[in-house]
Design a protein around this ligand. Structure first.
Ligand SMILES: *Cc1c(COP(=O)(O)O)cnc(C)c1O
Length: 433
């Protein structure tokens, strides 16, 4: 290499790593990844593809902007609980709780005595306070895990009596009957798709019955000539009744009159209720079991419970959701229609676009058929892909050749960011989509 060779000016790895921007990158991504980006940029400079002076900025640009490949998105679909984009966004309180619990914490430890203590007791207490009729509470990995644990502990090797009208598919091909069969319990189907009476259950109950399972069909509705047995009647049959309410509503919500809640289900006679933590409850992914203290203890003691248990982060976020301010899911569900319309009109004005009336939905296993009256900014359909690819990524709704941007589930403080993302998407003119 001659004295004048520009390759002499390629910065050394050590000197780049000493720069504050790279030191910060090492703290976030680790040395290996940062060194890799620097080496790649140095090689490009050696090959003459970039100037030696550009090595630092090219290496910086190659670094990921986040420590995870998960990409934060704005939910402009108007669907409040959207499983594919992470279901419930956490409240600020829950996010802070996760941070507080990230290090060593007394999740299963008594600071006073120095002895082991009941895991997640603060969270369980918060659950029992939120659902007064629940003598016992348990938190597992998700709603499906709660159901599997309940049917395993109560009915493995025996029968679970279920109505044919409640043999639902949760989503992504997971079917409740298969889930229960996997626990070693036998399904005893009773009644018909549209009608099941308490007699149907009573006739099926015998010495081999482990429990009755009642499942809320949370993602579809059967209309017309239908009937189902009331919980009160099932409770009188003398076997444990597991009620899978799905959505995680702890108390009745007048806006969701057909959605069962844990408090009412227990009062009406369910032995235990199972539910998800990240649907209408608005918390982290979790499965809840609430109800009879002895039965809950039986579940907690079952060997399978250990395989389904949740980590300290989930316990922390769930407690903060239960005790703290109302979570985003609740705010979006009960969003003031007038306020959302004003924000939508402001956005449409800034873009020179039209506002159209649309119906939002609860989504993700809750209140099927319930339409949330709302509105959206209408864009050409090709905008949808450009919006998803943008920064931040925006997921809009595509409906009948239109791309609809619904602000119901967009935090108000993100309105400017959303406007910027839409401008950038429109500026692509649909090229590359
Ligand atoms: C969502 C749902 C489940 C599954 O819960 P996950 O938390 O997704 O595992 C089970 N039953 C019903 C009725 C549901 O709505």
């Amino acid at each position: 290499m001659s004295q004048t060779d520009p390759r002499r000016r390629i910065p050394r790895t050590d000197s780049l790593l000493a720069e504050p921007a790279f030191a910060a990158a090492v703290a976030r991504h680790g040395e290996a990844l940062v060194k890799g980006a620097i080496t790649a940029a140095q090689q490009r400079a050696r090959a003459g593809e970039i100037a030696p002076e550009e090595v630092g900025s090219v290496a910086q640009a190659a670094l990921p902007s986040r420590a995870t490949t998960l990409r934060p998105l704005l939910n402009a679909t108007g669907v409040v609980v959207h499983t594919n984009i992470g279901r419930a966004p956490l409240s600020q309180a829950a996010i802070e709780a996760i941070e507080a619990a990230a290090g060593y914490v007394d999740v299963e430890f008594d600071v006073e005595t120095g002895a082991r203590a009941k895991r997640g007791r603060g969270t369980l207490e918060a659950l029992r306070e939120a659902v007064p009729g629940a003598g016992g509470a348990l938190v597992v990995n998700n709603g499906a895990a709660a159901l599997v644990l309940a049917t395993t502990a109560l009915a493995a090797g025996r029968e679970v009596v279920v109505s044919r009208g409640e043999m639902v598919e949760i989503g992504d091909g997971f079917r409740l009957p298969d889930l229960i069969a996997s626990t070693g319990a036998r399904l005893r189907e009773v009644g018909t798709t549209n009608r099941t009476t308490v007699r149907d259950y009573a006739d099926a109950i015998g010495p081999d019955t482990g429990c009755i399972l009642k499942v809320h069909p949370s993602n579809f509705r059967v209309e017309g000539f239908t009937s189902e047995a009331a919980l009160e009647e099932l409770a009188a049959l003398g076997v444990p009744v597991v009620m899978d309410i799905g959505s995680g509503l702890l108390r009745p919500d007048p806006m969701l009159p057909e959605e069962p809640d844990a408090t009412t289900s227990l009062r009406r006679g369910a032995t235990v209720v199972t539910a998800s933590g990240d649907k209408l409850l608005g918390g982290p992914q979790a499965g809840l079991v609430l109800g009879d203290a002895e039965v809950v203890e039986q579940l907690r003691r079952h060997p399978l419970a250990r395989a389904l248990r949740v980590d300290k982060l989930t316990l922390a976020a769930l407690e903060a959701t239960l005790r703290g301010p109302r979570p985003p899911v609740t705010s979006y569900l009960h969003a003031d229609a007038g306020v959302v319309r004003q924000r939508t009109e402001a956005l449409a004005r800034a873009m020179g676009r039209e506002v159209v009336d649309v119906a939002g939905a609860v989504g993700g296993g809750g209140a099927p058929g319930l339409e949330l009256p709302g509105c959206a900014v209408e864009l050409p359909d090709w905008c949808a892909v450009a919006l998803r690819r943008g920064e931040p990524g925006v997921v809009a709704r595509v409906e009948r050749g239109r791309c609809l941007v619904d602000l119901r589930c967009v935090p108000t403080e993100s309105d400017d960011e959303l406007l910027g993302a839409i401008r950038a998407a429109l500026a692509t003119g649909g090229v590359g989509s």
